[in-house]
Design a binder for this molecule. Structure first.
Ligand code: PHE
Length: 469
């Protein structure tokens, strides 16, 4: 029996869902943070170049594989390339499951921050004690409960399928996300740190950028654009043959990049407007996570005009951004079981989400609730010591494994598959183009040479001990 395969209702549906996948916690906390660490300007420029010459071609490659095969993950690679290439799909599904397991935990924090801010907005701001966040992290039942809530939200939408679930949800969430972000940026524009923020983000000075910034930009491009694990293969598999891959990919890449830049502008302006905060961040006292979930909520109430309204709204934004990303991760894992084993969507979503949630429990308890899980490290173990570097705690280890190894390796596989393995004639035919043109040649040569070279450099750097997570 063949079941009618789901598809996007429109090209806009694909763009909303795919940019929803791309825009996420990676844009809101990771990009501003590493941009700050790399002293802005030059790093931002390198990131933009990485997005153009690597991110865009690989995104087009992944969408191409999904659309051409009309399948996602391993079955897609198998159909176009045979059994050997299907390993790439399994690797991607594993990476998707791993990222999902810890991403859910962090996504759960946005729900908590939302409730906290709502309480402050309605009942008056009450400054939390300095160890409040630490206590929150080490509260095991609360962490598991929040993760479960987020998991259930995700399951509820993915269960409804691509068109009625993911597309409908992201079509509502993405415009709200854009509006909230614009509101945040406009509010920031009235703060005194605005000019300093622009100078830091946009004035290029290569002497100021650490050498590793080049490769960090490559790693961030992968994570932020949701590349290297087949998310775009899955989403591409529901695309109509008449929709342009190039055009859709350009939209997704542009929206994601714009979001990252806007997040940076807002975040930097806020930091640079408050002298004590600037000192704290510069001294490294406030880390990535702290910035978003500890400092920002307090600033809304103590420093910002309209913060009472903005604070709860902001955490809705964070939750939406995270949810539209977890939907794609959930879809990667579930759709592989649907396409590979012929499982019903319900069975695939419930079983895979259950397995991933078991992983989440370990990640959720590794923030202080369980000593063993929080401190586990492979620092001194041969081989594993290289793979996991000096990271400790389940959540940190999983993030390191996925961001620094699995995504770049998966991305490299796709460049080799589309750039070298698939025949040009086949690709052109599938694209509905008669002869290769400039855009096509640029794309293929980026996939053949530029992208693999950059990724191999990244993998070598990671293998020799550099952490990009
Ligand atoms: N791109 C998402 C973000 O920026 C994370 C993600 C990675 C989602 C890989 C799907 C696949 O937060």
């Amino acid at each position: 029996m063949t079941i009618q395969r789901d598809s996007w209702g429109s090209k806009l549906g694909f763009i909303m869902a795919a940019s929803g996948s791309a825009v996420g916690l990676g844009n809101l906390w990771k990009f501003p943070y590493i941009t700050w660490e790399n002293n802005g300007g030059a790093f931002v420029l390198v990131y933009l170049v990485a997005v153009m010459i690597l991110g865009l071609p690989i995104m087009m490659g992944e969408i191409f594989v999904g659309r051409a095969a009309h399948l996602s993950g391993a079955p897609a690679y198998k159909k176009l390339g045979g059994l050997g290439w299907s390993k790439l799909g399994y690797l991607g599904a594993a990476a998707g499951g791993i990222i999902l397991s810890y991403y859910m935990v962090i996504a759960g924090w946005s729900l908590y921050s939302f409730w906290q801010c709502l309480g402050w907005s309605l009942g008056g701001y009450d400054m939390p004690s300095s160890d409040a966040f630490g206590n929150f992290l080490s509260n095991g039942p609360l962490q598991i409960g929040l993760t479960l809530m987020f998991t259930l939200m995700n399951v509820g939408i993915v269960l409804r399928g691509v068109g009625r679930g993911i597309e409908s949800a992201t079509k509502i969430m993405m415009p709200i996300l854009v509006l909230l972000m614009l509101y945040l940026v406009i509010t920031a524009m009235f703060m005194p740190g605005r000019n300093d923020a622009f100078a830091m983000i946009f004035s290029v000075d290569f002497a100021n950028m650490p050498a590793m910034g080049y490769l960090e930009a490559v790693g961030q491009a992968f994570f932020s654009l949701s590349l290297g694990l087949g998310a775009m293969v899955a989403y591409g598999s529901y695309m109509k043959k008449t929709d342009s891959i190039t055009n859709s990919a350009i939209w997704v890449v542009s929206l994601d990049t714009l979001f990252a830049l806007l997040a940076c502008v807002a975040m930097f302006t806020i930091i640079l407007s408050v002298p004590e905060l600037k000192a704290q961040v510069s001294a490294g006292e406030v880390g990535t996570v702290g910035m978003l979930f500890i400092t920002l909520p307090q600033l809304f109430y103590t420093q910002m005009q309209g913060g009472v309204v903005l604070a709860p709204l902001f955490f809705i934004l964070v939750a939406f951004a995270a949810l539209s990303s977890t939907l794609s991760l959930g879809e990667v894992v579930a759709s592989m079981m649907i396409d590979r084993r012929g499982w019903s969507r319900k069975k695939a979503v419930l079983i895979t989400s259950g397995v991933v949630f078991c992983g989440s429990i370990f990640a959720a308890l590794s923030l202080g609730a369980s000593q063993t899980l929080s401190q586990v490290t492979f620092r001194d173990v041969p081989v594993l010591g290289i793979i996991f570097s000096s990271k400790s705690g389940i959540l940190g280890l999983l993030d390191h494994l996925a961001a620094n190894w699995l995504l770049p390796i998966g991305g490299l596989g796709t460049t080799l598959f589309v750039g070298w393995f698939l025949k040009n004639d086949f690709i052109l035919k599938e694209l509905g183009v008669k002869n290769s043109n400039v855009v096509f040649n640029l794309w293929i040569w980026c996939l053949r040479i530029v992208a693999p070279a950059a990724i191999i450099a990244l993998i070598i750097a990671v293998a020799t001990g550099k952490d990009f997570s």
